[in-house]
Design a binder for this molecule. Structure first.
Ligand code: AN0
Ligand code: CP
Length: 320
């Protein structure tokens, strides 16, 4: 695997899930695969889980790991071509990327949506340059539009906790005070559409996700109706995707706390498991009561990030 950005990159999804459970049962099984290989993890944005779980995954495979927080200690990077660099940026991404590629065998990159241009974000302007110029396999650690390591971990979690063959999975928008990217809901939708689940998306009007990710999923604007009989409730905030009104791209249009997932919503589900990728703002996205309840699986979900990353790095090592 030379690029990991979406569910299709894994090929047969059942096979990938089997591999995930094999690794979960013995996470050091492929420890010799990464000997003298180096993973470079580049962060343009903050992270707790991705940073730790991906390092742990690389260590499971016997790899060496280098982590770089671009905004702490590296030179300030220019990303636009053709700019006269007489400002505060000392280096261009077009040199920085191939240089980074010199010191590693695989590269993971976190670079969130910037919300300056919908076109640049949805064209994955930054990640595509890493693919083009690093000379290394590249895996996405949350790009402008996708967060595949998260969605793979989410799918592993659903497989582990489902109590029927084809569970009902409801992804609900929830309020948040700051503009957040659409990467997590985009990927979650993409992965759920590929999995054997009954998938429903619910959000206020104006928050329609990009059709390339929604695919054939059912969209229900009435949150309570969507929740009925759910086996899994996946909460997430996202800012306006700008599908119906491009001028609203990246804006916070709604802070309606009646969408906060609480006992009222959970009461109409099929005793659903509660999921969130974390970090989560309590009593904005979800009440203390729901996230602390025995039906909350947010911690095992985070734990599965190590497993999804181990599978992905293993596949990349096998392609070197
Ligand atoms: C990020 C987001 O919503 O995309 C990362 C989630 C994994 N969240 C925040 O920035 C709070
Ligand atoms: N879920 C997730 O990716 O968390 P971090 O932003 O802490 O890495």
């Amino acid at each position: 695997m030379r690029v990991f950005r979406g569910v299709k990159d894994l090929g047969d999804l059942d096979g990938a899930l089997r591999e995930a459970f094999e690794i979960k049962a013995d996470r050091f099984k492929y420890h010799d695969l990464g000997r003298n290989k180096t993973a470079l993890l580049i962060f343009f944005n903050n992270s707790l889980r991705t940073r730790l779980s991906t390092q742990k995954a690389a260590m499971n495979l016997g790899m060496n790991v280098i982590v770089l927080d671009v905004n702490q200690g590296a030179w300030k990077l220019e990303t636009e071509r053709g700019v006269v660099m007489d400002g505060d940026k000392s280096e261009h991404l077009l040199e920085a990327i191939p240089v980074m590629g010199c010191y590693c065998d695989v590269i993971g990159v976190r670079s969130f949506a910037r919300f300056e241009s919908r076109e640049d974000d949805y064209n994955e302007k930054i990640l595509n340059q890493f693919i083009q110029y690093s000379g290394r396999p590249v895996f996405f650690m949350e790009s402008a539009t996708v967060h595949p390591l998260q969605s793979f971990a989410d799918l592993i979690t659903i497989e582990e906790y489902k109590e029927c063959k084809r569970p009902k999975v409801v992804m609900t928008w929830a309020p948040h005070p700051k503009a957040l990217p659409q990467a997590v809901p985009n990927s979650f939708a993409e992965w759920m559409n590929a999995a054997d689940v009954d998938f429903v998306i619910t959000h206020p009007e104006g928050y329609e996700l990009d059709p390339q990710f929604v695919g054939g999923a059912r969209v229900e604007y009435d949150q309570m109706k969507a929740m009925e009989g759910a086996d899994f409730v996946y909460a997430k905030n996202w800012s306006c995707p700008g599908v119906t009104r491009p001028e609203d791209y990246g804006k916070v249009l709604n802070m309606d706390r009646s969408w906060t997932v609480g006992a009222r919503q959970m009461a109409v589900t099929n005793n659903a498991r509660f999921m969130h990728c974390l970090p989560v703002r309590r009593n904005m996205i979800v009440t203390d009561e729901v996230i602390e309840s025995p039906r909350s699986v947010v911690i095992p979900e985070a734990a599965n990030r190590e497993i999804s990353a181990t599978v992905v790095l293993k596949r990349m090592l096998e392609s070197l």
